[in-house]
Design a binder for this molecule. Structure first.
Ligand code: UDX
Length: 471
């Protein structure tokens, strides 16, 4: 069934832009709508405001042909059969998701409906949002038989969002009517049938014609819960291995060995068991807080998620103490910092542990030279260059004449650094690694004082004793 659907995607951020381009890639006609005129103008010119693998190629392939960019939501609603809402759902003060953008867009869409439409939640929203959107559309005078509201949560990781979309582990569609189900199944048919993977210029990935992305049809409530529960579970895995890493440090074990041992169990799996300075990003912190808030609102105590958050916050503080244990004093010390993004492969610094750590070290009177392959420009907006903070053109410049080098983001290029060159570039050969990019034995042979997460350091015994004494 090779049905071309006309789709509107509202919101051209990390999720909306990737979804719009990928829907076009699998054969549909797409109108990507945003109220930010300058953003729309940039996209029409093929300029992309985010760093995503394959996005430039796909945008060039489909720009102004299968994908058009517009600020006119009214027209897009009238032309589309399916309207995906992919606007931001930021965290509010209480920890709940701020759904005011979803509310506003739903009202605008309602005022443009004159024939049957399916409105789809693509943004990460708490359970019951579907019911609220339905209520908002009805209150705007749309007869119930002229629309359905469905849920289609995304599981895109920043930096690999295009591959995650086209080679999804699963496509979840939450519907409460067969009519909506039929339409959403038609939208994703190229992926679920495997037909997409047979095209010569398909984006490469793990899925194939014989092993396509499976479709999971659920109720709308189940689909809304699947998203929050998935992210909360992944965040829990990370906090779990981070606590285990702290136990490893105390007893002198290597958390990488423990993680491998745990992850080899088919019921646990090796992914998301990498100890570090904790998770960041625009999703995990927000989604863990939102899921806990939703649970509390319906009378279920999700104390487990409070612990997940607490561990994550403590992991950053613990790393700060580790830096102090290596330097003894901060004031006047020159530090090289590698990594600003919340993880490797993206330019996004939202909730990045690196940003908070740099701010804390500057407050202690350190002088910092920071490098990141893609995130410097975004960082300058929150941490402008100053007498104490400069941005380097590469890792070696950041390390030049530094008292220590801190590694805060797991960029592949950092793990490929020439260690001999690094050794003589640093004033002192001290590396404090928040992402366990290097092997302690290699670092010892190369003459570094190397501290990392959950592993014996080359100066391990002295520092761990110091760690116990520090406030
Ligand atoms: C996450 C979910 O993976 C994705 O499915 C969802 O749609 C959006 O949120 P993202 O936030 O882009 O994606 O990044 P992810 O790769 O999940 O990493 C999140 C954070 O966890 C990063 O700060 C990363 O450094 C950290 N992390 C990840 C670890 O500390 N250890 C790990 O083993 C994995």
């Amino acid at each position: 069934m090779n049905e071309q659907i006309t789709i509107a995607v509202v919101g051209s951020g990390y999720v909306g832009l990737v979804a719009a381009v990928c829907f076009a890639e699998i054969g549909h006609r797409v109108i990507c709508v945003d109220n930010d005129e300058s953003k729309i103008a940039q996209l029409r010119d093929g300029k992309i405001p985010i760093h995503e693998e394959y996005l430039p190629e796909l945008l060039d392939r489909h720009r102004n042909t299968s994908v058009e960019f517009s600020t006119d939501l009214h027209s897009a609603t009238q032309r589309a059969q399916v309207i995906f809402v992919a606007v931001g759902t930021p965290q509010s003060q209480t920890g709940s998701a701020d759904l005011s953008y979803v509310d506003a867009v739903a009202s605008q869409i309602a005022r443009s409906i004159t024939e049957y439409k399916v409105i789809v939640e693509k943004s990460t929203v708490p359970v019951y949002t579907n019911e609220w959107i339905t209520r908002v559309i009805e209150r705007n005078g749309v007869p119930r038989e002229l629309f359905d509201v469905a849920s289609n949560p995304e599981f895109l990781r920043e930096g690999t969002a295009v591959v995650d979309f086209l080679h999804a582990d699963r496509v979840v569609i939450g519907v409460d009517s067969e009519r909506a189900g039929n339409l959403l199944r038609a939208v994703y048919e190229p992926l679920n049938s495997g037909r997409y993977y047979q095209s010569v210029n398909a984006v490469p990935g793990e899925r194939s014609a014989t092993e396509p992305s499976p479709l999971l049809q659920t109720s709308t409530k189940a689909a809304e819960l699947i998203k929050h529960a998935s992210n909360a579970f992944l965040a829990m895995k990370i906090s779990f291995i981070n606590v285990v890493s702290n136990i490893c440090e105390a007893v002198g074990a290597d958390v990488e060995q423990v993680s491998k041992g745990i992850g080899s169990d088919g019921r646990i799996g090796p992914k998301f068991l990498k100890a570090g300075i904790g998770y960041g990003g625009s999703c995990f912190p927000k989604d863990v807080a939102a899921f806990r808030y939703v649970a509390e609102q319906i009378g279920v105590d999700f104390g487990l998620l409070r612990e997940v958050e607490k561990i994550n916050t403590e992991q950053r503080k613990r790393f700060f103490r580790k830096v102090r244990s290596a330097l003894w004093t901060f004031r006047g010390k020159k530090l090289g910092v590698l990594g600003l993004a919340f993880k490797g492969g993206t330019d996004d610094i939202r909730e990045s542990p690196a940003i908070d750590l740099i701010a804390d070290l500057l407050n202690e009177g350190c002088f910092i030279s920071a490098y990141d392959p893609f995130a410097i420009e975004r960082t300058k907006k929150v941490l402008p260059p100053s007498g104490a903070l400069s941005y380097a053109k590469d890792a070696y410049e950041a390390a030049s004449d530094a008292d220590a080098l801190l590694i805060l983001t797991d960029w592949q290029e950092f793990s490929e650094i020439d260690l001999d060159r690094l050794h003589y570039t640093l004033r002192y050969p001290v590396v404090i690694d928040g992402r366990n990019l290097f092997d302690p034995a290699t670092m010892a042979v190369k003459g570094f004082t190397y501290l990392s997460i959950g592993r014996p350091g080359t100066a391990h015994q002295r520092d761990s004793a110091l760690l116990q004494k520090l406030p």
